[in-house]
Design a protein around this ligand. Structure first.
Ligand code: ADP
Ligand code: ASP
Ligand code: MG
Length: 411
């Protein structure tokens, strides 16, 4: 029997009416002869509200306790969803991360999935029930409750889709697909019918909040097609899938802003072999995310400024670690800029087409946006710019690459 994963995000479950609507979508799939696993997020802005509550009680809550608190959000949703399905006359069972056998490492608040034991899931599915899984949560080997990072219900969904060999992993959300840019920021952005895993992975990594990066990694690794679609309409959304012939003809697929960034630079670092290794080993030991590395040399190459961009939320920790490193190594002051953000363009066509960087820089120059630093990879070009100039930058880039126009050969 074919199996489908249907994930519903917070906005799609914000009230009882929306819970019923999501329940009806799952029941329709069940009546069409499929086994159904729903993955649900916390209702509306519950997770944000729980975080605010935690901040009222403590300036620095223990991460274990944060996980204990945040997982209650998803637990409310699974129970209510099961009740809604029962009320409609169908069988359903809610399962927390631990109950569904989702085992993670022990990195509280940003744990990674290690295994999913499918015994319980198989048992419930065989009984004919719609299984309702709590997104975003798991347990570590010692039974401690963990969470997988903000937005990671997508990752629960994709991981379950991989383990259960689902025909498709549906991401039901408040937007009807993946757009060439966040449609809230660029109203003329265009919905795509398909996008490759690699492009979506990079778009998510560059800050497109519509999907959690690790969900796409699972999709790619286990070849699960992901369908991002609206919870509220039946129009087809965007398929995230393997690259097909012709996709490379589209040079730039999307433009993205990563807003919550900060840069941190250790100045006065002697340019010796091994110095960067020491710095980044220490940063990684503290699980601090390194977005892009920034490095420049002076004093005829004898000295360097070495730094990186990181999530704004990790800035405090990053400053602590870098200040300690600087004091121990006798370096200069640690410079912090938390008024920056990153704009990027992504497209697999960059592998075979030239001139993308020039066009991007030209668009930013015309919009009078100053570039702080640049990073590139095979299918991405990113620039760090001032946060208050970021929307202007995004608009300029979207216009310059004419992303609102359908490409000739779009599939
Ligand atoms: P959910 O609660 O369903 O997980 P999210 O808020 O995480 O939903 O993701 C959906 C939002 O992602 C949309 O409302 C949209 O503003 C934003 N978004 C950012 N970039 C894009 C993009 N390129 N295409 C579509 N939506 C995007
Ligand atoms: N509720 C969690 C969050 O808000 C997980 C999710 O929605 O994907 O981040
Ligand atoms: Mg989300």
């Amino acid at each position: 029997m074919s199996l489908i994963i249907q994930k519903f995000g917070g906005t799609s479950l914000a009230d009882a009416e929306k819970i019923h609507r999501a329940a009806r979508r799952a029941i329709r799939a069940k009546c069409a002869g499929k086994q159904v696993v729903m993955v649900v997020s916390a209702m509306g802005k519950t997770t944000d509200k729980l975080l605010e509550l935690a901040a009222e009680v403590s300036p620095d809550p223990p991460k274990r306790e944060l996980d204990m608190l945040l997982t209650t959000g998803e637990q409310i949703s699974i129970a209510l969803m099961a009740m809604a399905i029962h009320a409609a006359g169908y069988d359903a069972i809610s399962l927390t991360g631990g109950q569904l056998g989702l085992v993670t490492d022990s990195a509280h608040t940003r744990a990674r999935i290690q295994a999913i034991n499918r015994n319980r899931l198989d048992c419930e599915l065989e009984s004919g029930a719609i299984v309702i899984a709590a997104g975003f949560q798991g347990v570590d080997a010692g039974g401690e409750i963990t969470t997988l990072g903000r937005g990671a219900s997508d990752t629960t969904a994709a991981a379950l889709a991989a383990v259960l060999h689902a025909e498709v992993c549906e991401i039901n959300t408040d937007v009807d697909g993946i757009y060439t840019a966040d449609p809230r920021l660029i109203p003329v952005a265009r919905k795509m019918s398909v996008i490759s895993y690699d492009e979506m992975l990079e778009m998510a990594g560059c800050g497109a909040g519509v999907m959690h990066s690790r969900a796409i990694e699972f999709g790619k690794k286990y070849d699960v097609p992901i369908h991002v679609r609206s919870s509220f309409t039946d129009t087809p959304g965007t398929m995230i899938m393997n690259e097909t012939k012709g996709m490379e003809d589209i040079v730039v697929r999307g433009a993205i802003i990563k807003a919550n960034l900060a840069t941190i630079v250790l100045t006065g670092v002697p340019n010796h072999p091994g110095v960067a290794a020491t710095i980044f080993a220490e940063v990684s030991k503290h699980n601090i995310l390194v977005d892009d590395i920034i490095q420049n040399f002076y004093d005829s190459g004898r000295m360097a400024n070495v730094g990186f961009s990181t999530d704004h939320a990790q800035l405090g920790e990053a400053v602590e670690v870098c200040s300690r490193l600087s004091a121990e190594g006798g370096f200069g002051p640690v410079e912090v800029d938390d008024e920056v953000c990153k704009v990027s363009v992504v497209g697999i066509g960059m592998r075979t087409h030239t001139g993308v960087a020039a066009k991007l820089f030209n668009a930013l120059a015309k919009a009078r946006v100053n570039i702080h630093s640049i990073s590139t990879s095979e299918i991405v070009i990113s620039c760090i710019v001032r946060r208050d100039e970021s929307h202007r930058a995004l608009r300029a880039i979207h216009d310059a690459f004419e992303l609102d126009e359908p490409p000739e050969n779009e599939q």
